[in-house]
Design a protein around this ligand. Structure first.
Ligand SMILES: [Zn+2]
Length: 327
């Protein structure tokens, strides 16, 4: 075995052109999915206090934002809706006139070359803020899955390109696949939030989506942060049920899960760099405690290096600009 002084790993680092040549992982605009929040009203653009640079938009401004996103070369957005009215069964989630259904139509009418992915869950639409139908304080699985299927179908009917169930109910991917197929949407892919952890990193999102549960937490359906093998079982189940893309959420603190999922299944794998990951980088950057741009790029490069093929990130526009600036 050749070793020092014959073997010198620094030889490939001394020149920036050599470093560029041997780089293993590079961010691409094709990796980017930009999350957007839409709410009722006109000409609304409310910045989310805990997520600087992230806004709640009314549909008119959402369409404008989507044009900007597409012009940066970002291929996809994912939509989260804040409804006019919330009720116990989250009715606006699966109404043809719901905020997301109207948003999809408005975007599709005006923006070309942009994939519209829709998040499917009930928590933004229920008066109690839980992801499903309640019996007492328990979330009923199968009754919820029925409504999620209806929600997914209305999204597809409105023109959604990819359906992304985030609820973590058992059997939802199979049910949604069946409903889509029975209604001639067999070509619409499902990106499942397959390993979604009950994470403290979601805090700022709940401000943005106005979906904090009125009592309790999400630990009866989202995964225990301590478990990795269970994540693999969740992913395997969703693949068997028909998921086309599987997602790990959060991303940065769960790089081990992303790597194991990629190695074991070799599926198109998405990772969600969640609101808390974003907020921490933003806050430290604003305080001058870290170099925000550098850490943004490093965090996403690490997520890609771990095995993610694409990421949902609130930094998508900044990353796209960074890539463009580098030519
Ligand atoms: Zn939910």
């Amino acid at each position: 075995m050749a070793t020092y002084p014959t073997k010198r790993l620094r030889r490939l680092r001394y020149n920036p052109l050599i470093r560029d040549m041997i780089r293993e992982t590079e961010l691409s605009k094709n990796d980017l999915i930009y999350p957007l929040f839409v709410m009722p009203g006109e000409n609304v653009k409310n910045e989310v206090a805990s997520m600087p640079g992230v806004f709640q938009f009314s549909i008119d401004n959402l369409v404008k934002e989507c044009k900007g996103v597409a012009s940066l070369g970002i291929p996809a957005v994912i939509l989260f809706g804040i409804p006019e009215h919330k009720d116990e069964r989250g009715s606006e989630a699966y109404s043809q006139q719901g905020i997301i259904q109207r948003s999809i139509k408005a975007i599709k009418a005006e923006v070309k070359d942009l994939l519209v992915i829709t998040d499917v869950c009930l928590c933004e639409y229920t008066s109690h803020g839980h992801c499903g139908i309640l019996k007492g304080e328990e979330i009923l699985n199968d009754e919820t899955v029925e409504l999620l299927s209806k929600e997914a179908l209305t999204h597809a009917q409105a023109g959604a390109d990819i359906i992304a169930p985030s609820d973590m109910m058992d059997g939802r991917v199979a049910a949604i696949r069946k409903t889509l197929d029975e209604n001639d949407f067999e070509k619409i892919p499902i990106m499942s939030y397959a390993a979604k952890y009950a994470s403290g990193y979601y805090g700022p999102f709940r401000d943005a989506a106005e979906s904090t549960p009125a009592f309790g937490d999400r630990k009866s359906h989202q995964m225990d942060i301590s478990n990795a093998l269970e994540a693999l079982r969740e992913i395997e189940t969703d693949i068997e049920e028909g998921a086309d893309i599987v997602m790990v959420k959060p991303a940065g603190p769960y790089l081990d899960i992303i790597r194991r999922v990629k190695d074991k299944f070799g599926m198109p794998t998405a990772a969600y760099q969640v609101s808390g990951e974003y907020a921490m980088i933003k806050a430290a950057g604003k305080n001058g405690w870290i170099d925000e741009e550098r850490v943004m790029i490093e965090s996403l490069t690490a997520i890609k290096r771990a095995g993610a093929d694409m990421f949902l990130t609130y930094f998508a526009k900044d990353v796209a600009k960074w890539i463009s600036a580098r030519g």
